[in-house]
Design a protein around this ligand. Structure first.
Ligand SMILES: Nc1nc2c(ncn2[C@@H]2O[C@H](COP(=O)(O)OP(=O)(O)O)[C@@H](O)[C@H]2O)c(=O)[nH]1
Ligand SMILES: [Mg+2]
Length: 238
């Protein structure tokens, strides 16, 4: 399946310093991938840069604009729906801030030959994090363990957001049922994939904390995961 049509979905909110270098790096990868930027009308003009990129690349960069900031999870869902409508075979999700190394994308997409979902994993041999303080490490490790145990998921990194999906896997998952929007979104998607029988593989990635721009994550987004994961475990899904 090497002639897979691949779409890389990148949600953005105020990523004007990152989107051009990231898009350039992704477009230079083998496989002729395309990009969908899902921008929530960023005040810093990220959407305008994406529009320029679209023109400069003869349409290899697409832009889905939403009227206001509505969260990471719903941005990905909108991007996935768009990608499925356009019939892409593989859909990659990655953050705009270079935390997710574009060089790992081809390995992840190739992993779809024998899997339905490939997770870029910080917590398998060869994976890791760079520039993280002790607190962030504890929260991430703890969160991953918490969700993995409560949901009985055979996955080492359940909170990571760097993934490659087969289109058919996303289509089968029931995107309309997904309710989480912050960190829990990543957990819920992997859990739904597992429950619909997806073959999940993890490939190592080294997560590098953002160098430019600001994090949009907040305490409430973290807390959402704390209360929502047990609800998922109990089967309360909306
Ligand atoms: N479209 C959209 N993108 C978002 C939103 N919140 C975060 N993002 C993007 O999601 C990615 C991850 O967010 P980030 O702030 O880096 O989270 P962190 O890595 O947990 O600190 C980045 O590409 C952000 O620009 C949102 O509300 N809407
Ligand atoms: Mg980030």
């Amino acid at each position: 399946m090497s002639d897979r049509r691949t779409l890389v979905v990148i949600p953005t909110y105020n990523e004007s310093e990152n989107i051009r270098p990231l898009a350039t790096a992704v477009l230079a990868l083998p496989g002729g991938m395309e990009i969908l930027v899902v921008d929530d009308s960023s005040p810093d003009g990220t959407g305008d840069i994406a529009r320029d990129l679209s023109r400069e690349t003869s349409g290899r960069v697409h832009l889905l604009e939403r009227p206001g900031k509505a969260g990471l999870g719903t941005a990905y869902l909108a991007g996935f729906r768009w990608g499925l409508e356009q019939g892409y075979d593989a859909i990659v999700q990655m953050d705009a801030d270079f935390s997710h190394d574009p060089e790992r994308v081809p390995v992840m997409v190739a992993g779809l030959d024998r899997a339905d979902l490939v997770i870029g994993s910080r917590y398998v041999e060869g994976g890791g994090t760079v520039n993280w303080g002790l607190m962030r490490k504890v929260v991430s490790r703890g969160g991953s363990l918490y969700a993995r145990l409560l949901l009985a998921l055979p996955v080492s990194d359940v909170t990571g957001g760097f993934k490659a999906w087969r289109g058919e896997t996303l289509a089968r998952l029931g995107l309309d049922k997904v309710r989480s929007n912050g960190y829990c979104f990543q957990v819920e998607m992997t859990w739904r994939a597992f429950n619909t029988g997806a073959r999940i593989r993890e490939v190592p990635i080294v997560f590098i904390d953002r160098r430019v721009g600001l994090s949009k994550m907040s305490g409430s987004i973290f807390l959402e995961a704390v209360w929502r994961v047990p609800l998922l475990a109990l089967g309360v899904t909306s």
